[in-house]
Design a protein around this ligand. Sequence first.
Ligand code: PNS
Length: 163
Amino acid sequence: MKIAVCPGSFDPITLGHLDIIERASKLFDKVIVLVSFNRNKNRAVFSTKERMEMIIAVTNNMDNVVVDCYDGLLADYLQLRGAEVIVKGLRAVSDFEYEFQMALANKKLYNGAETVFLTTAGENMFLSSSVVKEIASFGGDISGFVPPEVHDVIKNRLCPPQE
Ligand code: PNS
């Protein structure tokens, strides 16, 4: 059984993430969407539990997709779960250098780890969790950027309705 892991901060999940997860679910027997921790990023807006709940809400129609979290090295998690593939979305050349470095480091840490890059759909090229948070915090319309199931949760956290 080919198990792939889609790791990320997912703070919060966007339509770009969802597209990559859906496509990975068609390529591999099982996909684990892993809420993991990027030490280079500031404190998350959403808790790990909230991030996992949002991902579960938008992937529960995909039979071979499960959601998990891990506060350790991705390479260790892969070995723990018998997974061989890391799936990442590549948006632009600017993503490439960092992702290439990660892929090589993960391979060095665990030789069984193969990173597969999926090209982000054209309409999601600009999309990131940071862009979503920025727009939502100014009260902007994020409906084209996040799955409808999680729209209100994100809106209410970043731009709570005024009394
Ligand atoms: O969504 P992000 O923030 O770009 O995802 C980055 C993430 C969380 C996948 C990456 O930071 C990661 O793999 N963190 C786990 C710890 C780890 O293994 N770091 C070293 C990788 S070489």
